[in-house]
Design a protein around this ligand. Structure first.
Ligand SMILES: [Zn+2]
Length: 96
């Protein structure tokens, strides 16, 4: 018997993350700092039942990103990713 799926995909983070990123990072490619898996942020498993957002690696479950929005501060933890790569040409094409 499998556990119920209690996460969305990374696309669900687009609204919250647009508060601090000028570019849509859901289309960015990142690398998991734990297992080295590379993939689009939109493919991450996104947990929204916590005080903020938690994105986890689809392969090993390692936390890739934590985002907490309080009344006065936004806390962003990206240390679960080795890098996050944004394609600037795609962003420009999308706005034209
Ligand atoms: Zn991983």
């Amino acid at each position: 018997m499998s556990a119920p799926m209690n996460y969305l995909d990374g696309n669900a983070a687009a609204g919250e993350l647009s508060r601090i990123f000028a570019m849509d990072i859901t289309s960015a490619e990142g690398q998991c700092a734990n297992c080295g898996a590379k993939g689009r942020f939109a493919e991450a498993h996104l947990y929204m039942q916590c005080p903020g957002l938690v994105a986890r690696c689809t392969l090993c479950g390692h936390v890739l990103l934590r985002f907490v929005n309080t009344q006065q501060h936004i806390f962003l933890d990206l240390r679960g990713m080795t890098y996050l790569s944004l394609n600037t040409t795609q962003q420009q094409d999308a706005s034209n």
